[in-house]
Design a protein around this ligand. Structure first.
Ligand code: AHG
Ligand code: MN
Ligand code: MN
Length: 335
């Protein structure tokens, strides 16, 4: 029986081949993958574990936390704080930077994560995920401050997501393309199943929460109206629409068969620039999408070029197949 290429083996090969991965990064990523396997098991248990409910607490975004939001956050911390490679961590579920306890060795990397993405789907048995981003810590050996985390997405060392779907997958980039791995539960390893993932430049599929249509700006109104008009409209072809409400699942679909995903700027809440968070949703996903030949923009700016101003900053997101994202961006010019 053939084992295939495990993720551990793949990273060792990449380190030898391209030289961009260090021993330290490999150790850190190994702990991240362990966290994702533990989360996969927790989610797989479903209602059997009795943890599918809401908590009374809210996270820093003012969203009601689910039991699994908190549990998955704790799994990540426990798996990664002992790696010896981290200076600090930040997550959707923690208002402030997480300090590595002083009894553990600290390292040169920062880890930012959304431990459970699409959590509104968790108790209806629809795909959810985990998103992570690794940055360098340029500072000294002291505990990092928020300002140390506020690096543009172009400075990410690695980014990836785990998708807890009909199978569990891990998709990773270290800036040398994008590769996808499927969890083989019999051996407890992620095995390379989707080498060199690329996003087709053209697509006939778009994803947006249409219930927000009345709040969209004119460029997005125009783009969606033209898609919906289909064969008899200006695009001259029929489009298909999908909305899972788990960004990880949407991005994964786009990596496999193309498409455009939009959570654009809207007027629903003027205090929010968008719904999705820059540091642990938009940036890692944009790194992956660009590495797969796609494009990612706010409509007005490349997401990876944004200088972050806060850990939990929100941004508009338009990403996916290059030609379609370029079209949406062109509709924003002059608006
Ligand atoms: P999270 O569960 O981490 O808060 O993220 C949910 C995000 C994203 O995954 C998804 O694309 C979007 O919110 C769904 O938003 P709607 O509820 O407006 O559909
Ligand atoms: Mn999320
Ligand atoms: Mn989340």
């Amino acid at each position: 029986m053939q084992i295939g290429t495990t993720l551990t083996q793949f990273l060792a090969d990449e380190q030898r081949r391209a030289g961009v991965i260090t021993d330290d990064l490999r150790i850190l990523l190994g702990e991240v993958f362990t966290a994702c396997k533990v989360i996969s098991n927790a989610i797989n248990q479903g209602a059997l574990a009795g943890v599918m409910g809401n908590l009374d607490s809210e996270n820093v975004q003012g969203e009601t936390q689910k039991q699994l939001d908190v549990i998955t956050n704790e799994i990540f911390i426990e798996a990664c704080e002992r790696s010896g490679q981290l200076a600090g961590m930040a997550s959707e579920e923690m208002e402030d930077v997480y300090r590595i306890p002083d009894n553990f060795v600290r390292g040169r990397y920062l880890l930012v994560f959304d431990p459970l993405d699409g959590s509104s789907n968790v108790n209806v048995n629809i795909s959810v995920g985990t998103i992570f981003s690794v940055l360098h810590h340029d500072g000294d050996a002291s505990h990092p401050a928020v300002s140390d985390f506020l690096q543009p997405g172009t400075r990410q060392v690695a980014a990836g997501y785990a998708l807890y779907g009909s199978s569990t997958m891990l998709v990773l980039t270290t800036g040398q393309g994008v590769n996808g791995f499927t969890l083989d539960r019999n051996i407890g390893e992620f095995v390379l199943t989707h080498p060199g993932m690329t996003i087709p430049a053209d697509t006939k599929e778009f994803a947006i929460n249409a219930s927000n249509q009345r709040f969209w700006e004119a460029p997005v109104q125009r783009y969606v109206a033209e898609c919906v008009a289909g064969k008899t409209g200006p695009r001259g072809r029929d489009f298909n629409m999908r909305w899972v409400a788990s960004m990880v699942a949407e991005v994964h679909r786009i990596l496999v068969r193309g498409g455009v995903f939009m959570y654009p700027k809207d007027t629903k809440d003027p205090t929010k620039a968008g719904k999705l968070r820059l540091m642990y949703e938009a940036n890692p996903m944009s790194f992956i999408v660009e590495q797969a030949g796609g494009m990612s923009s706010t409509g007005r700016q490349r997401i990876l070029d944004i200088q972050p101003e806060g850990l939990h900053q929100r941004v508009p997101v338009i990403l996916g197949s290059k030609n379609e994202v370029e079209l949406v961006v062109s509709y924003h010019q002059g608006h």
